[in-house]
Structure formats: structure tokens, C-alpha cells
Design a protein around this ligand. Structure first.
Ligand code: ADP
Length: 632
């Protein structure tokens, strides 16, 4: 309500002073920043005007009772006029009630406005974040991103509902109170106004002292917790016992515990002294007015009534809170500005990958992909890919193999434009992917990544994510092809089985196969498989293999392969090392060439053959060409 709003975000103690961190990161307040903040208020200028009006009226009205006290005393009590007395009392109560009613309306409009402004801001931020590249999400802490979306924007709401209105109502209260005082008597008003700021001095110095004590005791508290966690844990105790450090740890604990109680005593006494000083100061003000008023009346025959002096004292009392909270405004102002500039900084991160202004949407898609002298760096100058060139014709498949960290996943990230090349070009059906409409491009590419990501929901919901209008038959078909239908059928709820958070209720192999079904429903032109390196049991692997194999043989696909069987299904093998294609060709030739591939074959791929006794001979035969494979 009017007549003194508390500080805004963070509560009174935390709110009173800036932390070192906050001091260091103070934003520059430029007209551009203010204009930008104001642009968020602009759509709600009607509401803004209403809020201002309500604040002005209710601030004024809440001072009325103080002014009416004069009438109650002079016209009611001193003149012994009962009717006047009752009239002013009723008027005073009515005005107070009305001021409160207006306050309710103000809160409502204000909250409504703040909620809508932050609603706009949140949506804008979410949409903006969605346009951010993969680079943004890998290089920013997820916690920071979420904080920006949640607490920072909540902070904005606080600024609008608290800080903003508190400044306004305090300023208005002070102005009205000052005018009313000057109207009664300028000398007394002057006396009052000179001493008001003095009230606030003890508040601030006591606040500062307490603030630093609070910080100190917080640090001591953390230290105590640290010691407890360290020494009272199972392994900590073991260490203490085995090294015979009981006495030493006890002394350490006792010392800090003692420091803590001294701090606590000082902290609570700082509060106590503060009250002594404050109450003394607060009563000095009225006394000075009584004294000066008395002298003016008695000695100099000024036309002052008892009521006038009482009004002045009452108004003075109303000024204390607003002045005090306006003194804290600077701190709140800086906090609010940093809040806004933090949010704006996020808004200003350029969108790295977006549609070209003249983006093309081809009518048909064949799915020819070509890498032309592609170089790429996540962070310049550290080139992860160097001069990569290859061609994937529609209907064919390529397997990319190479040691871990050689850049295989990076190559496939460039196809759906999760990143853009640093040099060279990636083309889709002869058109540079940077010239293609992004949503078209991404609809043409289906990726089954190593880290299968399922949303928390049912299997059905996860499938529909790929194709919202998929029919029951289509879904069953996809599940069958992905070799997971049997499993789904066995579930009590079938396709409506919940997969759990990130699909945690399913095994790795089941998740993979569901994500294969999801890609089959999406039915892209190009399939990309990033085969999981982590070993699944051989039955799961076989099931995945059976799901992927037909796709590789019949559709345009690129796979990062770790298992010989998948490699063999591809038309061409690219061997990548340190970001370069070092060998390419067919399995047989590559093994015979005796290079990197042969080394990989001996250390990694052949391992995959071992678990399946029967498969060995069959595969070996296929590999060495002694017997034609039963598939092309
Ligand atoms: P592979 O798939 O062959 O195991 P990657 O393509 O994942 O290799 O990684 C190639 C190199 O790029 C590695 O050295 C890796 O550390 C680096 N790298 C991968 N992702 C990022 C990223 N988001 N930011 C910076 N470096 C990355």
C-alpha cells in the first residue's frame, strides 16, 4: 500500500546492499536500454496509466487521515463539537477504506500487467532459444539457460510489481506530505524535512553492519557444514580414526563453533542497538516539531492550532518509510537494470543457423548428398574436419568408420545443418544446404543418434512426434519394421506404455528400436545412423541389426558404424582419422590395403563376430568372397 513499500526483489536484508559480484557486473544504463525496457511496457500503456492513477489517488487518500486528525482535534475535541468529531472520524475511516479498495484494484491491474509482460518475454525467449544452434546448447550450462528462462524473468515481474510501484508511490507520498506540511506552516515543514533524512542514517549504518555480520556468519556456517560433511561421513570417519586425528578435528570444530556463537551474538546485538538508536531518532522528530511549534505559538503568536501541530507530526511519521526505501532505490535500480541487461544479452545472441532470405524449397527430393572440400571447426582455429569430400548417391549407403574422436559425428551434424561448414560446401541434390529452407532440409534427414532421446510420454506419443497424423496401421508397421512390435504387444498397455523420463523405463536396445520406428514414420529421404559404441547384449544388437539392415540396403543412408555387420551392408566405406578421409572403398580392398582400416578391423570389428559362433563362418565367407552373400 501507499505510504511506504518495502524493497523489491530479495527481501529487506539481502535487498539493502549490493554484493561484490553485483557491483562488478553493473550494467551501463544507456537510453537505448531504457527504451528497450519501455518497449515491453508499451503494449500495456492503458493499464500502465490506470496503475499510475490508482497509485496517485491511493497515496493521496492514505495521507488524508493524518490531515484529518487536525480537524478532529481542533473542530471536534477542542471546540467540543460532537457532530464534527463524528463526521471527521467517519470521513477518516471511509477514506482509509477507499484507499485500500483502490489499492486492491491497483494490485490487480499491476499483477495482470506484469504477468502479461513476462508472458510475452518468456515466449519470445523460448522461441529465440529454439533458434539457437547446437553450439549454443553445448557451450552453455543448461542450468544457466533455465535460470534465464525462469528466475530472471520472474525477477522482471518483481521489478514491475514491486520496485516500479514502490518508487512511484513513495515519491507521490513524499510530495503530497511535503505540500500538506508546507501549507500548514513552512517553518515547521522545513524543520520536519531537514530531520527526515537523519532518521534514515542509523537504519542504513545498522543495516550495513548487520549485512556484513550476516555474510560472515553465513561463511562460518558453510565452513561448519563442510567440516561435518567431511568428518562425519563413513569414509571421513575412517580416515580420522585411522590417522588418529580425533582430537585435532574436535579442536577445529570447537574453534569454528565458538566463532559462530560470537558472530551470532554480535549480529543480534547489532539489531538491538539499532532499535535503540532508531527509536530515539524517531522520537526526536516529533519532539522538535512540538518544541518549534510551541515556541512559534507561545513566543511569536503564530496562528497555529494544536491540530496543525499534530497533523505535522503525523505527516512526518508518514515520511519516514518512503524516504528510507527511496534511499535503497539505487541498489534496486542497479539490480533491475542488470536483470534486464542479462535477459537482453540472451536475446542479442545472434541466430547462427537460420533460413537464408531466398531459401529454396524444392518440389521433389532425391537425396543426393555431396561434401565438397569441407573443413569445419567448433571453435576456430581448431579444425575438426579437414578437406572432406565424398558423394552419396540416392539409394546408396555409406559407412563411416574411424577411431573415436576422429570427427565422424561431426560429419553427419553438417547434413541437417546443426552446424555450418567453415569452408567448402555440403549440398543436397546439388543445392548448398545453406540455401535450402531449413525445415525442408530437416524433414529430409532422419537421424538415429547414439544417445536415443525419447520424451516422457507413451510410445504412441513418441511416434506421433515424427508424424502427427500417423494412423494406427502406420505405427504398427513402423514398429514391426523396427523389430520392436513384439515387445510393444507384450506390454500391458501396448503402444500406450509410458516410456518414463527420457525413456528410462526401457532398455537401451528397446529405446533404440523405438527411435528407429520413429524415423521410419518420419520417412525421410536420407537415413543417418550413429551406431552406439556402448555394447548391447548380442540379442539386442541382432534385433537392431535386423531393423537397420533392410533400411541400409534399400534407402539412402549414412551410418557411423562400429560393427562389422553394419559396415558390410554399406555400399562404400569411408575411413576417417583426425578429421580427414584417409581411406575409402570396399571392405575387401581396404583390409588388403593394410592401412588404418585393417588395424580397426583387427582391433574392433572382428571382435563383433566372436560372440556368434554360427555367424563367424558366414560372415567370414562373405568378407573374403568365398561365397556370395544372399543379398546384393
Ligand atoms: P567421433 O564421432 O568420431 O567420435 P566427434 O565428431 O564426436 O568424433 O568429435 C570430433 C572432435 O570434435 C573431438 O575431438 C571432439 O572433442 C570435438 N567435438 C565434438 N563435439 C564438439 C563440440 N560441440 N564442441 C567442441 N568440440 C567438439
Amino acid at each position: 500500500m501507499a505510504g511506504g513499500r518495502g524493497p523489491g526483489p530479495g527481501g529487506p536484508m539481502r535487498g539493502a546492499f549490493l554484493t561484490e559480484e553485483e557491483k562488478a557486473s553493473q550494467p551501463k544504463v544507456t537510453p537505448a536500454l531504457l527504451k528497450r525496457i519501455f518497449s515491453y511496457l508499451l503494449p500495456y500503456k492503458k493499464q500502465l496509466f490506470l496503475v499510475l492513477l490508482c497509485i496517485a489517488v491511493s497515496s493521496f487518500m492514505s495521507l488524508m487521515p493524518s490531515i484529518l486528525t487536525g480537524k478532529i482535534i481542533d473542530e471536534g475535541l477542542i471546540r467540543r463539537d460532537l457532530r464534527a468529531l463524528i463526521f471527521y472520524i467517519v470521513l477518516s475511516l471511509a477514506v482509509t477504506f477507499l484507499a485500500n479498495l483502490i489499492g486492491v484494484a491497483e494490485s490487480y491491474i499491476n499483477t495482470w500487467m506484469a504477468q502479461h509482460i513476462t508472458y510475452d518475454m518468456r515466449n519470445q525467449m523460448y522461441a529465440h532459444l529454439q533458434k539457437m544452434s547446437q553450439r549454443f546448447f553445448t557451450s552453455n550450462n543448461q542450468g544457466d539457460i533455465v535460470t534465464r528462462m525462469t528466475s530472471d524473468i520472474d525477477g522482471v515481474q518483481m521489478v514491475i510489481t514491486n520496485t516500479f510501484t514502490s518508487i512511484l508511490s513513495n515519491v507521490i507520498t513524499l510530495i503530497i506530505a511535503a505540500i500538506a506540511m508546507f501549507q500548514k506552516n513552512w517553518i515547521l515543514a522545513l524543520v520536519g524535512i531537514v530531520i527526515v533524512p537523519l532518521f534514515t542514517l542509523p537504519t542504513r549504518s545498522a543495516g550495513r553492519a548487520r549485512w556484513s555480520l550476516t555474510n560472515e556468519s553465513q561463511a562460518a556456517h558453510d565452513e561448519i557444514n563442510g567440516i561435518l560433511n567431511e568428518t562425519l561421513s563413513v569414509s571421513g570417519q575412517l580416515l580420522v580414526k585411522l590417522f588418529g586425528k580425533e582430537q585435532k578435528e574436535y579442536d577445529r570444530y570447537k574453534e569454528i563453533n565458538h566463532r559462530m556463537i560470537r558472530l551470532n551474538i554480535r549480529e543480534s546485538m547489532a539489531g538491538r542497538w539499532f532499535r535503540v538508536v532508531l527509536t530515539t531518532f524517531t522520537s526526536i522528530g516529533p519532539m522538535l516539531i512540538y518544541l518549534t511549534g510551541g515556541i512559534l505559538m507561545i513566543r511569536y503568536g503564530y496562528d497555529l492550532t494544536v491540530g496543525d501541530i499534530t497533523v505535522l507530526v503525523a505527516l512526518l511519521g508518514k515520511m519516514y518509510m518512503p524516504v528510507n526505501s527511496l534511499l535503497n532505490i539505487q541498489v534496486e535500480w542497479i539490480r533491475s537494470m542488470s536483470l534486464f541487461s542479462r535477459i537482453f544479452n540472451y536475446f542479442d545472441i545472434p541466430v547462427e543457423i537460420e533460413n537464408a532470405p531466398d531459401a529454396v524449397i524444392p518440389d521433389t527430393a532425391d537425396g543426393n548428398v555431396e561434401f565438397c572440400h569441407v573443413s569445419f571447426a567448433y571453435e576456430e582455429p581448431n579444425r575438426i574436419l579437414k578437406d572432406i569430400s565424398f558423394r552419396l548417391d540416392a539409394g546408396k549407403s555409406i559407412a563411416i568408420v574411424g577411431p573415436s574422436g576422429s570427427g565422424k559425428s561431426t560429419i553427419i551434424n553438417l547434413i541437417p545443418r546443426l552446424y555450418d561448414v567453415s569452408e567448402g560446401s555440403v549440398t543436397f541434390d546439388g543445392i548448398d544446404v545453406r540455401k535450402l529452407d531449413l525445415s525442408f532440409l530437416r524433414s529430409q534427414v532422419g537421424v538415429v543418434s547414439q544417445e536415443t532421446y525419447l520424451f516422457n510420454g507413451s510410445i504412441r506419443e513418441n511416434l506421433l512426434y515424427a508424424k502427427p497424423d500417423a494412423t494406427e496401421e502406420e505405427m504398427v508397421e513402423a514398429l514391426k519394421k523396427a523389430n520392436i512390435y513384439e515387445f510393444v504387444q507384450k506390454q500391458e498397455k501396448g503402444i500406450d506404455t509410458q516410456v518414463g523420463n527420457r525413456g528410462l523405463k526401457l532398455s537401451g536396445g528397446e529405446k533404440q528400436r523405438i527411435s528407429i520406428a520413429r524415423i521410419l514414420l518420419k520417412d525421410p529421404t536420407i537415413f543417418i545412423f550413429d551406431e552406439a559404441t556402448s555394447a548391447l547384449d548380442s540379442i539386442s544388437e541382432q534385433k537392431i541389426q535386423d531393423a537397420i539392415d533392410p533400411i541400409i540396403r534399400s534407402r539412402t543412408s549414412i551410418l557411423i558404424a562400429h560393427r562389422l555387420s553394419t559396415i558390410l551392408a554399406a555400399d562404400e566405406i569411408l575411413v576417417v582419422r583426425d578429421g580427414r578421409i584417409v581411406e575409402r572403398g570396399q571392405h575387401k580392398d581396404l583390409v588388403q590395403a593394410g592401412g588404418v582400416y585393417q588395424e580397426l578391423y583387427e582391433t574392433q570389428f572382428s571382435r563383433a563376430i566372436v560372440p556368434q559362433e554360427e555367424g563367424v563362418s558366414e560372415l567370414e565367407q562373405y568378407i573374403w568372397g568365398t561365397q556370395p552373400a544372399d543379398e546384393p
